[in-house]
Write a protein that binds this ligand. Structure first.
Ligand code: GLN
Length: 212
């Protein structure tokens, strides 16, 4: 089974581990560079992106994360994880660091203070079987995408009509919402497939284990 790490510095780590295991991955926590080096794919969970970035820096993980993601490690970021993967973050505290690699501009807490959380149905390209029930919690949205970024999903209707909330750029996937909280495993299933495919091509953390 592919080994998929969940960055376990802060945020809803357990929920991701559980869904990944249900999808046939060997899910492990990642807090140290050695742990990062041993995974075929990585999930950056929801939580609080400023805190997560500060902890990553303190644990000596920020630079290894940047190198792994830039080097092709399949990575899925949800909510704060999307912010962590973004190249440009709006409405962030001065000096907020990210992992980067995803050629998008995201706006933190974009859905507004009055509606800290909301839920809606989002059609996600690459996820068959109808729309995903999307849970947004002080979520970012994507304001701009670079040429290599595929828009996978947008909000339809309401105040946030048309806002981009799911994207993919090659080995990187990000959603504004939290599929790990809904009991619907389809977004994780798509990501596990992406990790399996990358691993079969020998693009995981350890090409020598491809196909094993
Ligand atoms: N608002 C948080 C941040 O900026 C993200 C919230 C979440 O991950 N649910 O990091």
């Amino acid at each position: 089974a592919p080994v998929i790490g969940v960055l376990a510095l802060q945020g809803d780590v357990r929920e991701h581990l559980a869904v990944l295991r249900d999808q046939g991955a060997q899910a492990v926590t990642v807090r140290r560079p050695e742990e990062l080096a041993a995974v075929d794919g990585l999930v950056v969970p929801g939580g609080e992106s400023t805190t997560m970035a500060n902890l990553a820096s303190r644990f000596g993980l920020l630079q290894p994360l940047r190198e792994a993601v830039a080097g092709g490690l399949p990575t899925y970021g949800s909510c704060a994880g999307m912010i962590m993967l973004a190249d440009t973050v709006l409405d962030a505290p001065a000096g907020q660091q990210t992992i980067g690699g995803l050629d998008v501009t995201v706006r933190r807490n974009a859905f507004g203070r009055q509606v800290d959380s909301f839920e809606t149905e989002v059609e996600v390209a690459g996820v068959p079987g109808g729309p995903v029930h999307a849970v947004f919690i002080r979520a970012p949205w994507v304001e701009e995408v670079g040429p290599g970024v595929e828009v996978l999903g947008r909000v339809v209707g309401g105040a946030a009509d048309g806002k981009i909330v799911a994207v993919r750029q090659g080995h990187l996937v990000a959603t504004s919402f939290h599929p790990e909280l809904t009991g619907d495993p389809r977004v994780h299933a798509m990501f596990v497939e992406l990790v399996r495919a990358a691993r079969a091509r020998g693009l995981g953390s350890d090409g020598a284990t491809a196909g094993a």
